[in-house]
Design a protein around this ligand. Sequence first.
Ligand code: HGY
Ligand code: MN
Ligand code: MN
Length: 433
Amino acid sequence: MHTTTAEQTAALPGRSADRVRILIERFAALTEPGKGPGITRLAYSPLERSAHAEFTAYMEELGLQVSTDAAGNTIAELPGSDPRLPALGTGSHLDSVPNGGAFDGIAGVVAAMEVARTLVGQPIPTRHTIRFVAFAAEEGARFGQACTGSRIVAGLTGPKDLPGLMDGDGVSVADAMRAINIDPQGISDAVWDENDWAGFIELHIEQGSVLTDAGLPVGVVDLISGSTRIRIDITGRASHTGGTPMHLRADALAASAQIVLAAEGLAKDSRHHGTRITVGKLDVHPGSITTIPGHCQLHVDVRDVDNDRQRFSTSELIAAAHEIAAHRGVGISVEVLADASPVVLPVTIRNAITASAASLGLEYRVMPSGASHDTQMINHVCPGGMIFVPSRNHGVSHSPDELTDFEDLAVGIELLTASLVHLDASSPSTSDN
Ligand code: HGY
Ligand code: MN
Ligand code: MN
C-alpha cells in the first residue's frame, strides 16, 4: 500500500535526520531521466512543477493552506494567533542546475517542511502566521538570470523582462512559463506587500568549505555576494583548417580562449581581490575538427561582495575583451544578462539567529555567501536572514558530489526553528501599539 512521504516521516518521531533523509531522497528522484549522475530539474520545467506538487502534497497533509502564486512559487501557510501581525517565513528553491547536487535549495525547502511539522504539532500556535515558501527558478543556469521567482515577488522582475531571457534552445522564460500553465503577463500578481512580512530566514548548504574546515556546525550569513552575468559573442571566419595559413585566420575560439584567460588574470589581480570571474559555458560553432571556429558564445559570471568592485571588474573585463577582438580582427558583441548587487542582511534577523544559536549551545561563524540566494531578492521587501549548514566533500556544489550530512542538516533545522520562534516572541504585540 502506498504510504505518502508525510506518513513515512510521521512514523519517525524524534528522528529529524531520518525524516530529512527521506525528503531529500524523494526530491532527488525528481530529475531528468538519463541525465545523471547529478540532479537535473531546471527552472520553469515540468519536473520543477512535480517537485512543487510534492511540497504541496506534504504541506496539505500537515493541514496547511497551500497555494501557488502567479510566478510559480508555492506558499504554505500556518495561521498565527494574532492575524494583525505580519508573517514570518522560511524556505528556499526546488530547481537545480544541470547535473547538480541533491542539497542546493532542497535543504532549505526540506527544512521548511520539518519546521512546519514541528510547529503544527505545538499546542500553542505562534503569534505570527508562518509561511513556508518553495521558490521557482532560483538557478540562473537555464535562462541566465538567477532567482527569477523571488525577483518577481520582490518586484525586481516584471512581465517585460521575461521574453528576453532565453535558454540554450531559444526558449524564453515566457515560453517556458506558458508551457507549464503560468501566464507571464500575470506575474505581477505575485508581488509581496512589505507590510505583510516581518522576517524571512532561509537555510542553505554553504557551497564552500569554511564550516567543515573550521569544524563548525552552522554559519550565519551577513552578506550575500552580487553577481553580474554577461554573454559575449565572438564572430570570426569559419574556414578550412588545412587551406588557411595561420596569418590569414580570424579564429573565434582562439580569441575566446584569450578572453577566458584575461578574465582569470583580472580576477587574480590584487586590484580586483575578492572578485570571482568564471566562464562556465562556451559554445563553439560550427564545432568541426576541420573548420576554424567562426563563432563562439561565452557566458561569464562575475561575483563580488563589493558593489563598486563588481561593476569595475565587469567593465574592465568587457574592455579587455574588446581589445582582444580588435587585435585579432574578430567581431564582438556583449550583452548583460542579469545584474544583482551584493546585499547586507539586516542585523535584526541575524541577531535572532545568533541569539538562538547561543541558547542552543551552538558554535557559529558569521560569514558572507559567495553564492546568490532567494533571500538576496526577498530582502528588498522583507528583512531576511540565512543559516548555512556544512557542505562536505571540500564544499563542492553544483555537482553530483554535493553532500551534507543529514545530522548536520537536522542541527541547522533546530536552529532555524528556534530562530523563527525567537522572532515570533520578540516582536511587539499589536495590543502594544
Ligand atoms: O548561482 C548561484 O549562486 C546560485 O546557486 N543560484
Ligand atoms: Mn541555491
Ligand atoms: Mn545553486
